[in-house]
Write a protein that binds this ligand. Structure first.
Ligand SMILES: Nc1ncnc2c1ncn2[C@@H]1O[C@H](C[S@+](CC[C@H]([NH3+])C(=O)[O-])CC(=O)[O-])[C@@H](O)[C@H]1O
Ligand SMILES: O=C(O)C(=O)Cc1ccccc1
Length: 247
């Protein structure tokens, strides 16, 4: 995996462009996401553990917005269930290309891994196959808010009994003081990971129109509206959380 450090926002930019998952981001993505998302390595590894409890024989496991396939790799490390296969989907061609390389490297190091297919596509226009596990690991926040409910409804309808959706997201908070506190603490997390004030400010401006977080309450209500029966947060670190939604 690339160890190139993220310096994307280190120099002053006259105009900060909207954040995009292009080749520059792909090159530094493992470093960027680890230094920006508190709890990310724990979430990714444990999605594999959770998935091993929900995966059903002869079914598909989806990694939606797979980026470089970190979740797909965790699924393949932890799920040993007969005739499961992983479908990883991302609409960034740069991500998909590099993801395929990393998964080939995983194939060459381990035997008996679940088969995987990496598809370059928009998750909004997918025809889902019957699935026992869907991971949306920090992807829903990049989908336009008015398209989120419909996507979750389609995921719900594809889920097999006993299956699950694992949804990880950056959160916002309805209480202003809580919002301010966790925003400050997230900035402190980034500072502690070596990001400068300039990098933090420019990244914030790059993502502000592209990545729109919801509150935990909004997620819960929307998941219930989409037909899920139970929503259980299983992890939170600062303003980043992950939920299990059961059909
Ligand atoms: N409509 C869409 N269709 C397909 N892909 C999309 C769409 N919109 C955004 N993406 C893709 O969703 C991913 C979001 S990153 C996920 C991290 C990964 N899950 C990880 O566990 O490492 C989160 C982050 O960078 O904060 C990017 O690769 C986008 O190209
Ligand atoms: O960097 C941030 O502030 C984030 O909220 C997370 C993030 C991580 C990687 C790409 C885009 C956003």
């Amino acid at each position: 995996m690339s160890k190139e450090p993220d310096r994307i926002f280190s120099q002053p930019l006259a105009q900060v462009p909207d954040f995009a998952f292009n080749e520059d981001v792909v090159r530094v993505f493992p470093d960027m996401i680890k230094r920006s998302v508190p709890g990310y390595p724990t979430i990714v590894e444990n999605i594999g553990v959770l998935a091993s409890q929900f995966a059903k024989p002869h079914s598909v496991l989806y990694d939606l917005g797979s980026s470089l396939g970190a979740v797909t790799q965790a699924l393949r490390r932890h799920v040993q269930i007969e005739d499961c296969r992983v479908i990883a989907i991302d609409n960034s061609s740069a991500m998909v290309e590099r993801c395929r390389e990393y998964l080939h490297a995983q194939d060459s190091m381990f035997q008996e891994l679940l088969p995987v297919e990496v598809i370059e596509a928009d998750i909004l226009s997918l025809q889902f196959q019957p699935t026992s596990l869907v991971a949306l690991n920090f992807t829903l926040q990049f989908i336009k808010p008015d398209q989120r409910l419909e996507l979750l409804g389609r995921i719900r309808n594809a889920l097999l009994p006993g299956g699950a959706l694992i949804l990880s997201e950056k959160l916002c908070f309805e209480d202003d003081e809580q919002q301010q506190l966790l925003t400050e603490l997230h900035i402190a997390f980034k500072r502690a990971n070596g990001y400068s004030e300039l990098e933090i400010a420019q990244k914030r401006s790059a993502i502000e129109n592209v990545m729109i977080p919801d509150s935990l309450e909004t997620h819960r209500e929307r998941l219930l509206s989409a037909g899920f029966s139970k929503v259980t947060p299983w992890f939170q670190c600062l303003n980043f959380a992950s939920m299990i939604a059961l059909p």
